[in-house]
Design a protein around this ligand. Structure first.
Ligand code: CA
Length: 725
């Protein structure tokens, strides 16, 4: 058992490492989405009904408690703080202040004529970060944030699909209409925060959404930002199918019809939708989706307006060795391929603090470049980087040990529980079904008693501890992640670690070891051959934790007489398997659908034909009653503008999902943040990954460093400059 456990631990750690690498992949921030869903029909008709006439088994069934247990509160990890949730109007506002200030060295540049005065650089009503929302209060100027990027910088034409290097570079340099990252801080709503769009209103019928831009904001070269940029971004980047925008026109198609964008004036425009209240489209206006591109720079280079350009040239029109015109807090001013990128404060940034100090507080950001994401943690441990996201439990202990040493320059804090693994059951009655055995297995999976038996069989805390000792991982019932803003613990039906109940349910389903070989046999009325109950469980070669879960399932279900054969597959083979529906059980690393359900509402239930574990093939999908309920809830949720109603819908969703064991959650963990101790105003309990990653979540413009702790800047006194000016 102990050698088994050690092996399990090793496998899980490897899995988590690989999973972390997948997250860090340069292709974009997203993890593979695998939604879960599994309804089970009628709740087990009490055991007595069954054909099992065996007196003992009947007795046993009546004595066994089959009810779910209460899902426990999370264990708080030492050193972690709760998120201090506030209404938006205590975090930020938009208003004119009596006076504005800037760093002294910037004032000197103004005096020299290199920049207009700060009042002229700022909008009429700047975005004001309020002191009531700051963890450490109004800051002082100066300081550097040193970070790490393991992705190449292709260029800065992000709207045409180029990558600036990820790892926070995009978040630092670019700005969007809205901002999703800090939603975790809001107590009033689960909507994105205003950013360059300061407010928005739905028409009464929900078909029009009017967006109000901040007035008088400027690009980093001083050119005004207006609806001309929005219209260019829309028509010539997003809608133009020749441009590989991060999110294309299809994201704006509802019921087969395209959304329209109409400009009203320099600072006002509206979306006209084909459906009422497609509220989730607000999440397509944040970083990486609606990438605001500078019309005054890119329009003259766009093939539609410039016959000398083609789309390949256009994509490369903002090369990495030229200072880009951007809207973010920091501007890349220097890039040495594969070595480092230096970003300096944007003197035209359109945000201030309540005292009128133009933000950001920091003067400089430096990204060291390296070949692999692990480098970020290593550099943080070594003291040369100021931030890492801990996504890989195998590095947790080493990082924590280092953080506890007196001379460590960083601290570690844990975010919400949104790193989850689960077992899915194939609920399709037809896709991939080739023989009687397949038919019997799918019918078995569609019986809630079997899903509960599988869930009861798992000792989730044992599995969690075998992966990583301590409070980092714990059991998960399935349904929403405990770290989701929509999660309500009271809605969880937790069928955990009750082998007796699992055995009773299997007996109630008619399974009995008729030939005494230790494995349960199928009852003849389910599968005429009466063969042993043997199930195939697919794990992932690319995510070794799934193999550890598989190993645990072999042991725990084996003890109950269910033989599990584990089969690890690579991601390409898994994709093919999923498409063909030729699988029985599978272990997944779950997507962020269960953390931020609203942004991925159509993945919550079998709405799309491709739904993760109840895929539709050539024959119509036969939804179980509870699956249909989940579909109805998800569809209502997608278009529900009221946050409170959305919460109620998700409470119901989670209750139905876990009562029916839609899928079998196994364990959930947290991502950790390692950040420099000298950084002030990092929000308490900030998740490194929720709606977005650290750099979006932290609101970097508000981070500051006490002058006594500031480290030397690489390019003091430098501001971005542009040849064409
Ligand atoms: Ca047997």
């Amino acid at each position: 058992m102990s050698s088994k456990r050690r092996r399990t631990t090793f496998l899980l750690l490897s899995l988590l490492i690989v999973a972390a690498m997948v997250v860090n992949a340069c292709g974009g921030g997203d993890t593979e989405p695998e939604a879960a869903e599994a309804p089970q029909e009628e709740a087990a008709p009490a055991a007595a009904e069954a054909e099992t006439t065996d007196e003992d088994s009947k007795e046993a069934m009546m004595d066994v408690d089959l009810s779910p247990t209460e899902y426990p509160e999370p264990q708080l990890i030492v050193g972690s703080r709760e998120v201090q949730k506030l209404p938006l109007d205590q975090i930020l506002t938009y208003k004119a202040l009596d006076s504005y200030s800037e760093p002294d060295w910037v004032s000197e540049l103004v005096a020299e004529g290199a920049l207009p005065p700060v009042e002229e650089r700022l909008p009429v009503e700047p975005r004001v970060i309020l002191e009531s929302g700051m963890a450490d209060g109004i800051g002082v100027y100066g300081g550097v944030w040193r970070d790490f990027s393991a992705c190449p910088t292709e260029g800065y034409n992000r709207g045409a699909g180029q990558s600036a290097g990820w790892f926070g570079i995009e978040a630092a340099a670019f700005a969007s209409l809205l901002k999703s990252g800090p939603i975790y801080r809001r107590s009033d709503s689960l909507e994105p925060l205003p950013y360059l769009a300061k407010s928005w209103e739905w028409s009464e019928d929900g078909f029009e959404l009017t967006m109000n831009l901040i007035e008088g904001a400027k690009w980093s070269d001083g050119h005004p930002f207006t609806t001309e940029d929005v219209l260019f971004t829309w028509e010539d980047m997003i809608v133009d199918s020749n441009v590989q925008s991060p999110k294309g026109a299809s994201a704006w198609v509802f019921d087969g019809e395209m959304t329209q964008l109409e400009v009203i004036d320099d600072y006002t425009f509206k979306f006209v939708y084909p459906v009422a209240f497609p509220v989730q489209s607000l999440f397509q206006m944040d970083e990486g989706d609606f990438h605001l591109s500078p019309a005054h720079i890119l329009k003259p280079l766009h093939p539609k307006y410039n016959s000398e350009m083609d789309y390949v040239d256009f994509e490369a029109a903002m090369p990495p060795d030229q200072t880009p015109v951007v809207l973010g807090e920091f501007v890349p001013v220097e890039y040495i391929t594969d070595e480092l990128m230096i970003l300096r404060r944007n003197p035209y940034y359109w945000g201030v603090d309540e005292a009128g100090n133009q933000l950001p507080y920091l003067d400089e950001v430096v990204f060291e470049k390296g070949p692999s994401g692990v480098g970020r943690t290593l550099s943080t441990l070594a003291g040369s980087a100021d931030h890492s996201n801990l996504e890989n439990p195998s590095t947790f202990i080493e990082t924590l040990k280092r953080a506890e040493e007196d001379d460590a320059h960083f601290y570690v804090e844990w975010g919400p529980e949104t790193l989850g693994f689960s077992i899915k059951l194939n609920l399709s009655t037809s896709l991939g079904v080739k023989d009687d055995r397949d038919t019997a297995i799918r019918q078995l999976f569609r019986d809630v008693r079997f899903r509960k038996a599988l869930s009861f069989a798992l000792d989730r805390d044992g599995i969690s501890q075998s992966i990583l000792r301590g409070p980092f991982l714990r059991g998960w019932a399935g349904g929403l992640f405990p770290g989701s803003s929509y999660f309500d613990r009271s809605t969880v039906a937790y069928h955990n670690n009750n082998p007796e109940a699992a055995a009773a349910l299997l007996a109630d389903l008619g399974f009995e070891d008729t030939d005494g070989d230790g494995i349960l046999n199928w009852p003849a009325d389910r599968l005429a051959s009466g063969e042993n109950l043997v199930l195939a469980l697919v794990t992932s070669e690319d995510a070794e934790e799934t193999q550890t879960v598989g190993d645990a399932a072999v042991t725990l279900l084996g003890d109950l007489g269910v033989q599990i054969n584990v089969r690890p597959l690579n991601s390409a083979a898994r994709r093919e398997m999923n498409e063909a529906g030729e699988w029985e059980l599978r272990v997944d690393r779950d997507s962020q659908t269960f953390a931020v359900p609203f942004t991925r509402c159509r993945e919550l239930a079998p709405i799309e034909r491709e739904f993760s574990f109840h895929r539709e093939g050539s024959e119509p999908r036969e939804l179980l009653d509870f699956e249909q309920e989940l579909v109805d809830i998800a569809l209502a949720f997608c278009v529900e503008p009221d946050t409170d109603v959305r919460r109620d819908l998700m409470a119901e969703y989670n209750r139905i999902s876990t009562e029916n064991v839609h899928f079998v959650g196994v364990f959930v963990g947290r991502y950790g943040l390692a950040a420099a101790k000298r950084f002030k105003n990092v929000p308490a309990g900030m998740p490194v990954f929720m709606y977005n990653w650290t750099w979006e979540n932290v609101m970097p413009e508000q981070v500051w460093v006490d002058p006594a702790e500031q480290i030397d800047q690489l390019r003091p006194g430098v501001i971005p400059t542009y040849e064409s000016e």
